[in-house]
Design a protein around this ligand. Structure first.
Ligand code: GLN
Length: 263
């Protein structure tokens, strides 16, 4: 039997670049069902629960497996999502995409029942967060990977949201079913080179969801097909890499010379 305090100091002694203070605290909170840092401190003298589970998490973390995959959850837009190695770990910058999408929807549409497609949904984090933010919206999410679809389905059930999940490459399943969107949101694979990716991401996250060659490939594919599904006044919200403003400007000018856009 060990107290949380003893376990905390035991874990602090482990020399691993992956096991930092923050991760140790999160692990202790998780296995002891503690919600906040403050509650962890006030529980320090309690017996540490689920030590075997804690030790198995630690073992995987010191091997380099990302924390979110080890514990099977990640937070995005204040919601908890199930994640595993079949989907990307949702990123903070993608929360910005959701925030901007919501702002634009409010600005452009004078109604809540907008029809939204989240293309390359992965865990489903974007589409599900939009549905939770706008309950009257009609949300479809899609992915090419069966394994990602399974994860997104788990998250749909977890959040009990009425959204539709389609399988297929980019807009293909929507075109096939003759579905129309007011809003397309997409965080496609856009990394051009393995050299720019950190070692943990490269080893554990799905390459299918990360890499594109050229890095604009999926944006162009979307632009080529989107007139088949996008309603008038249609809005497209995309995440792009830092270095992609110029090539994306060129593509937008080529495909939608009369559109309004900003970065
Ligand atoms: N939509 C998911 C995310 O933003 C997955 C993106 C992807 O697979 N490229 O996290």
């Amino acid at each position: 039997m060990s107290s949380i305090r003893e376990k905390y100091f035991e874990l602090k002694k482990i020399d691993s670049k992956y096991l930092n203070e923050n991760i140790i605290k999160q692990l202790l909170m998780l296995v002891n069902d503690i919600e906040s840092d403050f509650d962890l401190l006030t529980s320090f003298d309690n017996e540490c629960k689920k030590i075997d589970l804690l030790n198995s998490y630690v073992e995987e973390i010191i091997k380099g497996k990302p924390f979110q995959y080890v514990v099977g959850k990640s937070y995005f837009c204040n919601h908890e999502f199930y994640v595993d190695e079949n989907v990307l770990i949702p990123r903070n910058e993608t929360e910005e995409l959701v925030k901007l999408t919501l702002e634009h929807i409010n600005k452009i549409y004078n109604r809540q029942n907008v029809q939204i497609f989240d293309v390359c949904t992965g865990s489903g984090c974007i589409g599900i967060s939009l549905k939770l933010a706008i309950p009257e919206s009609i949300v479809f999410i899609s992915d090419i990977s069966d394994n990602a679809i399974n994860v997104a389905t788990k998250n749909k059930v977890k959040h009990n949201v009425g959204i539709s999940i389609l399988k297929g490459d980019m807009l293909e399943p929507f075109i096939k079913d003759n579905l129309k969107a007011d809003v397309i949101v997409c965080n496609p694979p856009y990394i051009g080179s393995t050299l720019t990716v950190d070692e943990q991401t490269l080893k554990y996250e799905p390459h299918l969801a990360l890499f594109a060659s050229p890095n604009t490939f999926f944006y162009e594919k979307l632009f080529q097909e989107c007139d088949k599904v996008l309603n008038d006044l249609g809005l497209i919200c995309l995440e792009i890499g830092e270095d992609m403003v110029n090539p994306l400007t060129e593509l937008i000018e080529t495909y939608f010379p009369d559109s309004q856009y900003n970065f």
